[in-house]
Design a protein around this ligand. Structure first.
Ligand SMILES: Cc1cc2nc3c(=O)[nH]c(=O)nc-3n(C[C@H](O)[C@H](O)[C@H](O)COP(=O)(O)OP(=O)(O)OC[C@H]3O[C@@H](n4cnc5c(N)ncnc54)[C@H](O)[C@@H]3O)c2cc1C
Length: 450
C-alpha cells in the first residue's frame, strides 16, 4: 500500500482513545486515525460519568489526552455520526471504521408511575452534575430545591455515586470540577432522607467496597441499615466464602447495621430485599410502593407480597445503561450491543469488511475504564490482521472528509479546539480556586474552542 491505512474511530471515550493508541503504537502498518465524537470534547464517560469527586479516577483524562498528541491522530469533535455524516458516507473516506460510541442510555424499571414528574434516570442526573451539554438543567433546578426525600433504585456503583452526590455537603463538593450552577443547586437542596433500594440481598449488590465505604465517611450523613434485611441464603454464604470482595462488602454493611446513627442532618437508608412496584402521586411522585422480596437460594429473589410505602418526592432510577442502534449498522436488540466476532462487526452472521467495534457498545455496560484498553487492543489486533485485504476507500485523504463536513456547515472541533476549551475550563476554575470548572453549554464550549 502506498498510503497509510485511513481509520475512523466513532466515539472518543476510553475505548476509542485506547483503540487510537493501539493503532499508533504498532509499527508494522502505517495508519492515520481520525477520532470522531458527537461532543466538542473527548473522553466520553470519563468526563460525563465518573463522579466529579473522584479526582484520581477522573485524572485518567490526562493519560487519554496524551494520545491526541500522537502524530497521525486527529480529533474531530462536534460531529455526530448518523446525523452530520452517515455510516455509508464515512466508508467513502475511511478504509476501516471502529465503532466505540458507548452505551449511555438508561434502562427502564417497567413499573407504573415511572414517568411521573420527579422520577428521573440516573443517566440524566449524572449528565446534569457532570455538566453534559444536553443535560436538562431547568428540570434539576426545579426538582432538587423542592425535594425532601429521595429514593435511589439500584445498588451498583452508579447508584452509590448518585447517593453520595446527594448526601455530600457543599464543602465536600467544592473542590470538584462541577459547573457552578450545579454546585449552587446541590448546596441548596433540602433532601434529608435518601433510600437506596436493592431488590436482592447485600451479597448480590454490585457496588465495590471502596465506593461503599465512602458512604459511611460523609461529613453530614448517617448510613442506616436494618439488620433484618442483611440476610444470607445458602447461595450467598457460598459466594461470600468464595469471594473476598463480597465478604468485605458484607462486613461494612453489618457494621452499619449494628451502629447507632450519629444524628447527622442527612440519612442514607441502605435497603435490601426491597423492590419498587409502583410510583404514586398526583402529577409528581409522592410515594414509592415497595415489595419485600426473599432470596430464592440461587442468587435470585421472589416477591413475598408484603408491601409498604416510602415517602419520596424524588426517584432516581439507576438500574443500568444500554446502547442504542446507529442507522446503517447491525444491532442486537436483546443485548443492546453491536454483534461481532473478535471485534469484527457481524450482520446476519457475516463479517462486514472494514467495520469493527470496541468498548461498551461491543461488550455492554460492564467493567472499569481499564477493561476498555484490553478490549480495544483485541479489536485493533483483528483490524491489523485484516489490513492487507481491506477494501480501500476511494476518498481516503484527510482534506476530503474535512471539506465534506465544512460544506455541510459542520463546525468541527479539532485537537487545538479541545485544548482551547481545556485552557478555558482551567482558567475558569482558577477564578474559584479550583483546578477546573466544567463549561456546560454547547455554545460556550464552541466559543471557547474558537
Ligand atoms: C456514571 C458512571 C460512572 C463511572 N465511574 C467509573 C469509575 O469510577 N471508574 C471506572 O473505572 N469506570 C467507571 N465507569 C465506567 C467507564 O466510564 C466506562 O467503562 C467507559 O467510559 C466506557 O467507554 P466507552 O468508550 O465504551 O464509552 P463512552 O465513555 O460512553 O464513550 C462513548 C463516546 O462516543 C460518543 N458518541 C456517542 N454516540 C455518538 C455518535 N453517534 N457519533 C459520534 N460520537 C458518538 C460519546 O459522546 C462518547 O464520547 C463509570 C460509568 C458511568 C456511567
Amino acid at each position: 500500500m502506498t498510503r497509510p491505512l485511513r481509520i475512523a474511530i466513532v466515539g472518543a471515550g476510553p475505548s476509542g482513545m485506547y483503540a487510537a493508541d493501539a493503532l499508533t503504537t504498532q509499527a508494522e502498518i502505517p495508519v492515520s486515525v481520525d477520532v470522531l465524537d458527537a461532543l466538542p470534547v473527548p473522553f466520553g464517560l470519563v468526563r460525563y460519568g465518573v463522579a466529579p469527586d473522584h479526582l484520581s479516577i477522573r485524572s485518567v483524562r490526562d493519560t487519554l489526552d496524551r494520545i491526541l498528541d500522537t502524530p497521525g491522530v486527529r480529533f474531530l469533535g462536534n460531529v455526530t455520526v448518523g446525523v452530520d455524516i452517515d455510516v455509508d458516507q464515512l466508508r467513502t473516506f475511511y478504509d476501516a471504521i471502529i465503532f466505540t460510541y458507548g452505551a449511555a442510555r438508561d434502562r427502564r424499571l417497567g413499573i407504573a408511575g415511572e414517568d411521573l414528574d420527579g422520577s428521573i434516570a440516573a443517566t440524566d442526573f449524572v449528565a446534569w452534575y457532570t455538566g453534559h451539554p444536553a443535560a436538562d438543567r431547568a428540570t434539576f433546578e426545579r426538582l432538587l430545591p423542592t425535594s425532601h426525600a429521595a429514593v435511589v433504585v439500584g445498588v451498583g456503583n452508579v447508584a452509590v455515586d448518585v447517593t453520595r452526590v446527594l448526601a455530600k455537603s457543599a464543602a465536600e463538593l467544592g473542590h470538584t470540577d462541577m459547573p457552578q450552577h450545579v454546585l449552587s443547586t446541590l448546596a441548596d437542596h433540602q433532601i434529608s432522607d435518601i433510600h437506596v433500594l436493592g431488590r436482592r440481598g447485600p451479597v448480590q449488590a454490585t457496588f465495590t467496597t471502596k465506593e461503599l465505604r465512602e458512604l459511611g465517611e460523609l461529613a453530614d450523613a448517617d448510613v442506616i441499615v436494618d439488620p433484618a434485611e442483611v440476610l444470607l441464603d445458602a447461595a450467598s454464604e457460598e459466594a461470600v466464602a468464595r469471594d473476598k470482595a463480597l465478604a468485605r462488602n458484607l462486613a461494612v454493611i453489618r457494621q452499619w447495621a449494628e451502629r447507632e446513627p450519629a444524628g447527622r442532618s442527612r440519612r442514607i437508608h441502605l435497603r435490601f430485599l426491597t423492590r419498587p412496584v409502583e410510583l404514586l402521586g398526583e402529577g409528581r411522585v409522592a410515594e414509592v410502593e415497595v415489595e419485600q422480596t426473599a432470596l430464592d437460594g440461587s442468587g435470585g429473589v421472589t416477591g413475598t407480597g408484603r408491601r409498604s410505602r416510602i415517602t419520596a418526592d424524588l426517584v432516581v432510577r439507576s438500574v443500568g445503561y444500554r446502547g442504542v442502534a446507529l442507522p446503517g449498522l447491525p444491532f442486537d436488540d436483546r443485548g443492546s450491543v453491536i454483534p461481532h466476532q473478535d471485534g469484527r462487526v457481524l450482520a446476519d452472521g457475516e463479517v462486514q469488511p472494514g467495520w469493527y467495534v470496541a468498548g461498551w457498545i461491543k461488550r455492554g455496560p460492564t467493567g472499569i475504564i481499564g477493561t476498555n484498553k484490553k478490549d480495544a487492543a483485541a479489536t485493533v489486533a483483528s483490524l491489523l490482521q485484516d489490513a492487507p485485504t481491506l477494501p480501500l476507500a476511494p476518498a481516503a485523504a484527510p482534506e476530503q472528509v474535512d471539506g465534506w463536513l465544512a460544506d455541510r456547515g459542520v463546525s468541527v472541533v479539532t485537537t487545538a479546539g479541545w485544548r482551547a476549551i481545556d485552557a478555558a475550563e482551567r482558567a475558569l476554575g482558577a477564578q474559584a480556586g479550583r483546578d477546573r470548572t466544567t463549561i456546560h453549554a454547547l455554545p460556550d464550549l464552541l466559543a471557547a474552542a474558537r
